[in-house]
Design a protein around this ligand. Structure first.
Ligand code: ATP
Length: 280
């Protein structure tokens, strides 16, 4: 079990009046435009502290753009984005970012191949990447070891990042994203490129995390319903930069909604707490 420092425990029992304090993401009327392209449009979305969201949609739907907004990497062209109670545009993003864990293929590509895995993880606490000559605090080094253990790759701590398999890299970067004990964890296609065993292992580990009441709020982007870890509570389906539907996973994940989102006649099956989809 990972020690999350208990920041969730500091929050008082939610009541109707302080519900707003529990919002880790609030987007209102959000649009992102680049030239003539509307990457996102008219998006209203809120994520609460104890929620685990999956964002599903076809290629080009705007999923990564949405996650980059939630990671304070991007500003909206229209509308407002509040993250952890702070309004984007009014807050110092360098203070905000350590409170948000983020993994993506873009981040993986920026890790120098010769970086030692333990340093990839521990350097997150210092908001750096590829600066392995930092002198790290012993407690931070211990936490990095604990996180690598929780993700099943403690034995790879001394290896260089470049020698890891795709699946091992993903796990190392998830460990890194948890290093700062973030209040929100954003995962952009964490299972992309993994073989069946690697995917199943990652889904199981993310499920353990999702079911841990002390874990941060989570948002996971994927193209595949098979990659939804048990314990995820909500889903947002995106198509052409717009929300098709959003809400509790059991209400949102239907064959009809998936068919609308992916513009195909799809069947959806549920086996236990996992989902499977195919063309009708
Ligand atoms: N800087 C840009 N200028 C113009 N168009 C852009 C820019 N960045 C992204 N886009 C377009 O915006 C759309 C949404 O991109 P985004 O990466 O958010 O989609 P996605 O749902 O994550 O896609 P994928 O599943 O393929 O990763 C795409 O059509 C993309 O080509």
């Amino acid at each position: 079990m990972i020690n999350f420092g208990g920041h969730n425990g500091l929050v008082s029992e939610p009541t109707q009046t302080d519900n707003l304090d529990d919002l880790v993401v609030r987007m209102a009327g959000v649009g992102v435009r680049r030239g003539r392209n509307e990457l996102l449009a008219g998006l209203d979305w809120a994520v609460e502290l104890d929620e685990r969201w999956v964002v599903l949609g076809p290629n080009g739907a705007g999923k990564t753009t949405l996650l980059r907004l939630a990671a304070a990497e991007l500003h909206p062209t229209t509308g407002t984005v509040d993250l952890l109670g702070e309004r984007l545009g009014r807050v110092d993003i360098f203070e905000l970012r350590p409170r948000i864990g983020f993994t993506s293929a873009a981040l993986a590509a920026r890790v120098p191949a010769e970086e030692i895995v333990r340093d990839v993880v521990v350097s997150a606490g210092y908001a750096v990447l590829g600066r392995w000559r930092e002198v790290y605090d012993e407690l931070d080094t211990e936490r990095a070891a604990e996180l690598l253990g929780a993700l099943g790759i403690a034995h790879l701590a001394e290896r260089t990042f470049g020698t890891l398999s795709e699946g091992e890299r993903k796990r190392a970067l998830i460990a890194r994203s948890l290093m700062t004990d973030p209040e929100m964890l954003l995962l952009d296609e964490p299972a992309a490129g993994l073989d069946l065993g690697g995917r199943e292992d990652l889904v199981a580990r993310l499920s353990t995390l999702a079911l841990d009441p002390d874990a941060p709020a989570m948002v996971l982007v994927t193209h595949h319903v098979e990659e939804i870890p048990p314990g995820f509570t909500h889903a947002l389906l995106l198509r052409d930069g717009r929300a098709v539907v959003a809400g509790l996973i059991d209400d949102v994940l239907t064959a009809e909604n998936l068919s609308k989102t992916f513009d195909q006649d799809l069947m959806l099956e549920r086996s236990g707490d996992r989902f499977f989809a195919r063309r009708r």
